[in-house]
Write a protein that binds this ligand. Structure first.
Ligand SMILES: Cc1ncc(COP(=O)(O)O)c(C=O)c1O
Length: 505
């Protein structure tokens, strides 16, 4: 309860900051603004557009950048979304996807041995695709009947082993390194060997000579740390001071070294990257640049096809699929989108959810600057209660891909995160962490914003997006424990009673 009250105060402060952010950003624009034309156009000019954004997109995007700077919740339609006959997507490409799938299959018997909870899924780390009709009805009621799509939840909030979407990338990246080391150290003769041998004392001793490191806002660190320690690697996780204390404690309990960074976290990660480059016994798993992480997430997108088919759903022209994905640095949503587009094709639509104070992917795409611009450059704080999404700059390589994959992005206030978290619990009985809840605002943005409606119409989703299957991809929460979830709900109920600070447009 105490945590709830405390969080309630933080949100009240955040509301104030968001309003200040609004004013600060406006001042930032008007101070530099020459007085002619609209401030958004000036802002765009000052960002030197032209990095990878199509020319015809510029006038509308100048407006979105100035709106973004005011921390106003919005929907942005990506004019760069390609007509994705899938061969058109850049690398890593289908062979690397197949390689990732094969590697996860090879490791499945070992994973079953290390994590008995994986036995029912034969060693695959996978989540359910849940029909969520009650949530769909709630969306309909809350949008005055405007939203009427069929709603599913892809339950990565309950993903085994590390309880978040980041386990897909983190576990895969560790397994890739483990395999490489096992081959080079003679622990395995080849891909056909018995991988369960990697649980034996000899392998654990060899792995223990290597250190795996990563930098993380929380969940990637947990995923890498848990998997690395299970195999016997030494592990170091660099975390920002804001990362949740329980995540740091859990990592320390399993023997990982946690390094906290009060100052420039990105610089600390850069240092860790350099250290690893100079020492063959240290391997750095790089959230901003790792293709391995990306491939681990992408396998989830590939597997989605079969999960839908098992429910009798074939995504296509008659049944478009809309994926609502939460975005921090972009690896997880980018990978999932990439895999889904490969397996399901052009009738998959990708919508990216970000906090109003940390819309790094939207900013990177709409400005055309990708990773060369950060949210603080337009006066936003980068701070949000969605700790997994509190990222100022997107991944460079993912933002390039996302420029062609994403149909649109929408932004969400902290207050909305809590409202969605409570909605989900009341309708479907599911408990997720705040970062996970960002995706649920996608329903309202699609039908209640002019830009969302324009996208829905262009994508032929039908009246109220009703022809589409909407998959809301939850991304974390299983490890939080009942007391933290109860505290989130207490906060959400307080906020529901309090007068609103302004609904989304
Ligand atoms: C719960 C949760 N959801 C979503 C994300 C976003 O993933 P990414 O940073 O790869 O975009 C994160 C990242 O840590 C997360 O922890």
């Amino acid at each position: 309860m105490l945590i709830g009250v405390c969080d309630g105060r933080r949100i009240a402060r955040r509301r104030k900051n968001e309003r200040h952010g609004h004013v600060r950003a406006k001042a930032h624009i008007t101070k530099k603004h020459s007085g002619r034309g609209d401030p958004g156009a000036f802002l765009v000019a000052s960002l030197h557009l032209g990095y990878f954004l199509p020319m015809n997109a510029r006038s509308s995007d100048s407006r979105v950048l100035s709106r973004l700077a005011t921390a106003e919740p919005l929907f942005w339609r990506n004019p760069g979304r390609a007509d994705l006959a899938i061969g058109a997507l850049e690398p890593p490409g289908p062979e690397r996807l197949a390689e990732a799938t094969g590697r996860l299959n090879r490791f499945a018997p070992l994973l079953m041995r290390l994590f008995p909870e994986l036995r029912p899924a034969s060693g695959l780390i996978e989540s359910g695709l849940l029909d969520a009709p009650a949530l769909g009805r709630r969306f309909m009621r809350q949008t005055d009947g405007a939203f009427s799509g069929r709603v599913f939840i892809k339950a990565d909030h309950a993903l085994p082993v590390a309880g978040s979407i980041k386990a897909r990338g983190g576990v895969y990246a560790v397994l890739r390194l483990a395999e490489e080391i096992a081959f080079s150290e003679g622990l395995l003769a080849g891909e056909g060997d018995d991988y369960v041998r990697l649980a034996e004392e000899k392998a654990v001793r060899v792995f223990g000579r290597y250190r795996l490191t990563t930098g993380s806002t929380g969940n990637l660190g947990l995923s890498v740390g848990i998997m690395a320690r299970a195999l016997g690697f030494s592990a170091t996780v660099h975390m920002s001071v804001e990362a949740k204390v329980w995540k740091k404690n859990l990592l320390r309990r399993i023997g990982a070294l946690v390094v906290e960074h009060a100052g420039d976290y990105a610089a600390a990660c850069a240092r860790a990257r350099r250290e690893a480059a100079a020492d063959p016994m240290i391997r750095f798993i790089d959230d901003e640049n790792s293709e391995d992480l990306f491939l681990g997430y992408a396998v989830a997108g590939l597997r989605l096809k079969k999960q839908l088919e098992d429910r009798g759903i074939a995504a296509g022209a008659q049944t478009p699929l809309v994926l609502h994905l939460p975005c921090g640095v972009g690896g997880a949503p980018g990978g999932v989108a990439y895999g889904a587009l490969h397996s399901l094709g052009e009738h998959v639509h990708i919508l990216i959810a970000e906090p109003v104070q940390a819309p790094c992917m939207l900013l990177g795409l709409a400005s055309g600057k990708g990773a060369d611009i950060g949210v603080t450059d337009i006066g936003l704080s980068g701070k949000t209660l969605a700790d997994g999404l509190a990222v100022a700059r997107p991944s460079r390589f993912v933002s390039r891909l996302m420029a062609r994959m994403a149909d649109g992005c929408f932004t969400v206030t902290d207050e909305e995160l809590y409202a969605s978290l409570l909605n989900l619990y009341e309708t479907e009985g599911l408990e997720v962490e705040p970062s996970s809840a960002a995706v649920f605002s996608g329903a309202a943005r699609l039908v209640q914003t002019p830009e969302g409606r324009a996208f829905a119409q262009a994508a032929d989703l039908g009246e109220g997006a009703s022809r589409a299957i909407h998959v809301f991809w939850t991304s974390g929460g299983a490890l939080l424990g009942p007391r933290r979830h109860a505290a989130f709900r207490a906060t959400a109920r307080e906020l529901r009673k309090a007068p609103s600070s302004g609904a989304a447009s």
